[in-house]
Write a protein that binds this ligand. Structure first.
Ligand code: ZN
Length: 332
């Protein structure tokens, strides 16, 4: 994996604020790939916050969030903000979640410099960027044809992270198990917290989603007293989802959705129908439990077993009447 690029934060003086080029390893051995790297250093010492996105190459909402972050010309009171909007440039070039060898980069951390391409790239990322931050925000979205309601995923049990979660506007927090080989897992193992943001759909940019991404970053900066202006306040108490499950298609056909993303759903509630090409209903889909639709399939042509809805199970004590008005994401 030949590249001479080595990132050292100390090479950039306090007060430095610019997008530079990080040189990622060569693509097909032709030339190194230039990846934007945003560095914003205040004059005063403080924590380093690192924002990453496009570990999955088709999850472009995160790229747009970082563009907006750069445009916002954020003024830091102290510390450093780093944003690396394209961690998997090979996937972005191919408009694909994966690397060119069909491997998922986010299953190969912390990587191995003598391993597969994915493993070497993960090792390159960890070596250059895995130790510079005190706190990481990794931006994701659903895959292509899969839409996720904006949500935070974390499992880093620290009082500081829990306090921070309270200050973030996004009401949904999904307590998700660490994925083996994920960037978040590798950071957590080093004792560094990382919040994962999930929102929107692959290969699509949505303003609601990017607004939430920006608000999340601003919340973290405000929490660490790095910016003066607070982000919009949370409207609601956090809803912690402890368990979620994908509902899968019982047969193939044409899916017509009758439910809205982010709304609460009751057990046995009618949520979708599957029709054949003649227009006849061949199956009605009912929710197996009370919950919130966290994510949904957007491609009506479905095969048996395709994932249709990601249902987050609600705690029994939640007042559904209040919660069902929370999420209004019709225009997602
Ligand atoms: Zn992802």
């Amino acid at each position: 994996m030949p590249t001479n690029f080595q990132f050292k934060l100390s090479d950039y003086p306090k007060g430095f604020k610019r997008v530079i080029d990080a040189r990622f390893p060569a693509f097909y051995g032709i030339e190194e790939i230039s990846v934007p790297l945003y560095i914003n250093r205040a004059k005063k010492d403080g924590p380093t916050i690192v924002v990453t996105s496009c570990i999955h190459g088709d999850e472009v909402n995160g790229l747009r969030v970082v563009m907006r972050l750069i445009d916002s010309k954020i003024k830091l009171e102290k510390g450093t903000l780093i944003a690396i909007p394209i961690l998997n440039p090979y996937g972005v070039y191919n408009k694909s979640r994966y690397l060119p060898d069909r491997k998922d980069l986010n299953r190969h951390f912390p990587g191995n410099e003598k391993g597969s391409f994915a493993s070497r790239l993960a090792s390159f990322i960890m070596k250059n960027f895995g130790s510079i931050g005190d706190f990481y925000i990794d931006l994701h979205s659903g895959g292509t044809g899969r839409l996720n309601i904006p949500q935070i995923r974390y499992d880093f049990e620290s009082q500081e992270v829990i306090k921070l979660l309270d200050e973030i506007r996004i009401p949904l927090v999904v307590d998700s198990q660490l994925r083996d080989g994920s960037f978040r897992e590798a950071l957590n193992k080093k004792g560094t917290p990382c919040l994962v943001f999930e929102g929107g759909e692959g290969l699509r940019v949505d303003k609601n989603v990017t607004n939430e991404g920006i608000n999340l970053i601003r919340s973290v900066l405000y929490h660490f007293a790095m910016i003066k202006t607070p982000p919009p306040k949370p409207k609601l108490k956090k809803i912690f989802i402890k368990r979620s499950k994908w509902l899968r298609a019982p047969c193939s056909g044409f899916q017509i959705n009758h439910f809205k993303l982010g709304k609460t759903v009751s057990k046995n509630q009618f949520i979708a129908e599957i029709r054949n090409a003649h227009g006849e209903i061949i199956k009605k889909i009912y929710s197996p439990d009370d919950g919130i639709i966290l994510g949904m399939n957007k491609n009506p042509l479905i095969m048996t077993g395709d994932a249709l809805y990601n249902l987050g199970f609600l705690n029994d004590d939640l007042d559904h009447k209040i919660e069902e008005e929370i999420f209004d994401w019709d225009d997602l």
